[in-house]
Design a protein around this ligand. Sequence first.
Ligand SMILES: C[S@@+](CC[C@H](N)C(=O)[O-])C[C@H]1O[C@@H](n2cnc3c(N)ncnc32)[C@H](O)[C@@H]1O
Length: 208
Amino acid sequence: MEKEIYWSRFAADFETHNHYVAGQKNIAAIKDTLSEQNLTGKVLELGCGNGTYTKVIAHKAQEVFATDFSEEMVSVSKTKLDSLKNVCVEQQNCFSLTYPDSNFDAVVMVNLLHVVENPEDVIKECKRVLKQQGILIIVSFTTEGMSALAKLGLIYRYLKTYGKPPATSQSLALEKTSSMVTNQGFDVSETFLTGHSSKAIFVKALLK
Ligand SMILES: C[S@@+](CC[C@H](N)C(=O)[O-])C[C@H]1O[C@@H](n2cnc3c(N)ncnc32)[C@H](O)[C@@H]1O
């Protein structure tokens, strides 16, 4: 498997870095939003990083497969999530998952879709592994709905912490993301912006 090099550099303390860059209040808002979702059954998390959102995702689920492409992120998450008996942490590339077709009741990705090349291909792969009527949840930081001052602050903190963003990253807007999901055969059921000074898109869809 090809090696993930950008995010892996921050695996040991990604959560701390992210609290500084995105703001603890905004991260808490995403957790609150996720905790309101009825994620039951077998759930797949893509790009779990060091497991910031996994505990919330795992709250009502029977089983969670928390996955990431980065070996280092997977290693940190394995240790961190060890006490959660319904969570299994695995290394997976979201473009070519090793799971069979129609295998999951829900797929959740937080802050993954805006950093990868060809987000449509990730959605296609989600469609493959989801059961019919399965739930797709996309949450991703965006500049949509942010004040100019908040955007400048975010850019400054990001560059100071992570350096130049990956060439593949982009700011995803609600409308564009909803169209991507609809084009892949999903029914979009909910879209909104979550967060306070920093914002994230929230898109929920059901596989037809
Ligand atoms: C911005 S971080 C978000 C991590 C976590 N979800 C969070 O919000 O704290 C993006 C994550 O996606 C992972 N990632 C990047 N490309 C990936 C791919 N092709 N397949 C799976 N994960 C990937 C990175 O290793 C990184 O952990």
